[in-house]
Design a protein around this ligand. Structure first.
Ligand code: PEP
Ligand code: MG
Length: 594
């Protein structure tokens, strides 16, 4: 039996299933007499302190490789005392004369209703963290321990559970836990992030896992494909054992080679950088061989903050990234909210078309103090490393002139105040609005670099809402119109003597690498996990072959024709990438699917 879920952490594990009982504590409603209320509130406060103690103990013992993720547990500590959870529950006990467990359940319903309104999947995902925190208090109120203890396991197992909390995950050791499978969760849940850091294969979002799998059954967890095989026959098992060995060999090679430069066989050097959202990602992007941060999506610093982060907070975050990455450069993008990204500290009006609304630079130009705080923080951080500044969603020259004027005023302010910053800080713009491509020659004279945001450029040029699943099948990076826009942007940049990067998802697709090299991009910035694969493909290519491929592609009239040419190129020039093991790891096979 093969069960399909979502791949949350790569790798292949084979071992016996160990089913965890659902941790959910059953809660009943009890009406309390007036004189019981004070005692009940105290019981609740003590349970919260108990949960705090448990989390603090985990923080003290956090394994070395997870130290950079301790922020997750610290945020759980903060959530416990968040007025939305803590004060609200106390008030409900009092006002409704009900038991702590039920009041806490009502709090959970209330928080859930708030989160339901949020569209950004990352922020919505944080609801999971609040649920864990509330569950752990419920566990203590019910007299059961709130997180799991794996130390008593006698042999290594594959954990199968309805859900696992980050607190459960930090206690996992690779010796005891071969892999885990959960019914809940997604790629961006903290449990998944931690699994990737620990190198434990994981499949999440596998509905009915706890009813379809029995304890003791042999499982193969394929964290690459997001599949779980229950009770495989000998042939399948042998097949997976080979795949497992192949993957281990591949990872060793990848890690060994991830710090080699991305240079083609004929000497064309492309810079490979990482996109980052959270400071937690720094160790991983360095170990994956990033030569700097090509896109720091700063809006994520505004997450989970009720108050708007002030200049000082932003400065410390940017400074930390600059210092930890030094001597590599960090490109900090100014706030890009609106569209599909919302943060609770900035209230935005309801818009019928948020993607076409008050988003990114448009919002910043309207809310000047918000913009100035960011500019000051980025400029100040530039004294501590190679910091560059990037402006999103620029559509034309007037906009960039306005931005430059504010940037110059901000520099002047700092000069007058005697605050240090990099006087030659490089500033660039995202090319992600179709008109910016059409006037790229004009814009190139105003800035130091371009960074192409293909996620939005494709959305706006093909008129496809990037978060609307009904049109997702029309999203086509290899549409001839898209490829021509990329070509035009690169030509305009190079004619003006500036560099051009790509930081949209397209840059992290190994199978597109020959086209991107053929177009002459100077830099590719992508999620850290994709870096070793992309570097590997770059090192196997010749730029002159890629340039020839791209010439043909620019003459093609449909996406199908382009895919056909790319497929032939990959088969002809990179046959080793079609080895079954690499096929699995480099994922070039996707080109074959429609
Ligand atoms: C893009 O649009 O391609 C991009 C990199 O930015 P974001 O995905 O944050 O909009
Ligand atoms: Mg964008």
């Amino acid at each position: 039996m093969i069960l399909k879920g979502v791949s949350a952490s790569p790798g292949i594990a084979i071992g016996p299933a160990f089913l965890l009982d659902s941790q959910k504590v059953k809660v009943i409603r009890r009406r309390l007499a007036e004189e019981e209320l004070e005692g009940e509130k105290r019981r609740f406060m003590e349970a919260v302190s108990g949960a705090e103690k448990e989390i603090s103990a985990l923080l003290n013992d956090i394994p070395e490789e997870l130290r950079d993720h301790s922020g997750i547990l610290k945020s759980h500590l903060m959530m416990l005392k968040d007025p939305m959870v803590f004060d609200r529950t106390l008030k409900t006990i009092e006002s409704k004369s009900i038991n702590a467990e039920w009041a806490l359940n009502e709090t959970l319903d209330y928080v859930r209703s708030l989160f339901k309104e949020i569209k950004d999947p990352y922020i919505r995902e944080r609801m999971g963290d609040i649920e864990y925190v509330i569950q752990s208090v419920q566990g203590i109120l019910a007299g059961s321990p709130s997180s799991l203890d794996f130390s008593s396991l006698e042999f290594p197992v594959v954990l199968v559970a309805h859900d696992l909390s980050p607190a459960d995950t930090v206690q996992m050791s690779r010796e005891k836990i071969l892999a885990f499978v959960t019914e809940m969760g997604s790629k961006t849940s903290h449990t998944a992030i931690l699994a990737r850091s620990l190198g434990i294969p994981a499949v999440v979002g596998l509905e009915n896992a706890t009813s379809a799998i029995l304890s003791g059954e042999l499982l193969v967890v394929d964290g690459l494909k997001g599949e779980v095989v229950v009770d495989p026959d000998d042939v399948l098992l042998k097949d997976y054992e080979e795949k497992q060995q192949g993957y281990i060999k591949y990872r060793l090679e990848v890690i060994h080679n991830s710090n080699l430069p991305a240079e083609t066989r004929d000497g064309y050097r492309v810079k490979i950088k990482a996109n980052m959202e959270l400071l937690d990602e720094i160790p991983s992007l360095i170990s994956h061989g990033a030569e700097g941060v090509g896109l720091f999506r700063t809006e994520f610093l505004y997450l989970a903050q009720k108050e708007l982060p002030d200049e000082e907070t932003l400065f410390h975050a940017y400074k930390e990234v600059a210092e930890r990455l030094s001597p590599y450069p960090v490109t900090v993008r100014t706030l890009d909210i609106g569209g599909d990204k919302f943060v609770s500290s900035v209230s935005l009006d309801e818009e019928i078309n948020p993607a076409l609304g008050l988003r990114a630079i448009r919002l910043c130009l309207k809310e000047r103090p918000l913009f100035r705080d960011q500019l000051r923080a980025i400029l100040r951080a530039s004294a501590y490393g190679d910091v560059r500044i990037l402006f999103p969603l620029i559509s034309g020259r007037m906009e960039i002139l306005e931005v430059k004027e504010i940037l110059e005023e901000t520099k002047e302010e700092l000069r007058v105040e005697g605050i240090e910053f990099d006087k030659d800080i490089r500033m660039g713009i995202m090319i992600e609005v179709p008109t910016a491509v059409l006037v790229a020659d004009v814009l190139a004279k105003e800035v130091d670099f371009f960074s192409i945001g293909t996620n939005d450029l494709i959305q706006y040029s093909l008129a496809i809402d990037r978060i609307n699943e009904h049109v997702a099948h029309l999203y086509e990076p290899l549409h001839p119109g898209v490829v021509r826009m990329l070509h035009r942007t690169v030509e305009a940049a190079h004619a003006a003597g500036i560099e051009v990067a790509m930081c949209g998802e397209m840059a992290g697709e190994p199978r597109y690498v020959p086209i991107l090299l053929g177009l002459g991009l100077d830099e590719l910035s992508m999620n850290a996990m994709a870096i070793p694969k992309v570097k590997r493909v770059v090192r196997r290519c010749r730029q002159d072959d890629c340039a020839e491929l791209t010439r043909h592609i620019l003459d093609s009239s449909t996406a199908d024709e382009i895919k056909q040419r790319l497929r032939e190129f990959l088969r002809d020039k990179l046959p080793e990438e079609f080895d079954p093991v690499y096929n699995m790891a480099v994922d070039l096979e996707k080109v074959d699917s429609p």
